[in-house]
Design a protein around this ligand. Structure first.
Ligand code: GDP
Length: 207
């Protein structure tokens, strides 16, 4: 039986990957457009709302925020800034994407990126570009579809099928996907199982 809260603590906020401490634990990052539900999902997975609140403090929203989850096999969680926020200037957006690029390309212990997609929307251009970028660089990611409770079951089924169809026009196969709702308690265990499986693989490769 999985605990509903994780034993997690804040490690620090960093402006670039080169400032992040080198750590031996496997790391998982959360990335998505602003308002996609990233803070909500981090609260939901960890069961600790102070975690995403820390990331939302002024000065930390534009940082790489690292947290350590202390379990039998400890792992790291990285909360990255939201992208595609229309209200910010191009220059700032450039800095953000540089931070994200630098992190996903340079973070040695990064095992998987959770890319959040609001399943109510059609495939959006900046999500598409980001996925293609990750694909070109060979950086593994898992899609977390958010806010699934906002759709009726049939609408959800159709949206998932439409998203997959749109992706498969460019991709040979779908990456792993998990349907979530932080409001209706959906997806947490699947995400944690996914992380725990990858932790085992990471450990066996590190031996
Ligand atoms: P962030 O900007 O990506 O961190 O997004 P937030 O976590 O702050 O969420 C943005 C808005 O979406 C907030 O009003 C949340 O309450 C709402 N939201 C997030 N996740 C869900 C969800 O699973 N279901 C529903 N119904 N609303 C959600």
């Amino acid at each position: 039986m999985q605990e509903t809260t994780l034993d997690i603590h804040y490690v620090g906020s960093y402006k670039s990957v080169s400032e992040c401490p080198m750590l031996p634990e496997p790391e998982y990052c959360f990335i998505g457009r602003s308002n996609v539900g990233k803070s909500s999902i981090i609260n939901y997975i960890t069961g600790r709302d102070e975690i995403a609140r820390t990331s939302k403090k002024p000065g930390k929203t534009q940082s790489i925020n690292l947290f350590k989850v202390t379990e039998e096999s400890p792992w790291m969680m990285a909360d990255l800034p939201g992208y595609g926020f229309a209200a910010i200037s191009k220059t700032t957006r450039g800095e953000w994407s540089e931070m994200i690029d630098g992190y996903v390309m340079g973070r040695q212990n990064l095992v998987c990126t959770f890319l959040l997609i609001d399943i109510r929307h059609k495939r959006l251009e900046n999500d598409r570009e980001f996925m293609n970028y990750m694909g070109e660089k060979g950086i593994p990611f898992c899609i977390l579809y958010t806010k699934s409770d906002k759709l009726k079951p049939m609408e959800l089924k159709n949206s998932l099928a439409a998203y997959e169809e749109a992706m498969l026009t460019e991709w040979e196969a779908m990456p792993p996907t998990i349907v979530t709702s932080s409001v209706k308690d959906l997806g947490r265990q699947e995400i944690l199982d996914y992380i725990h499986n990858l932790n085992e693989i990471f450990k066996s490769q590190a031996l």
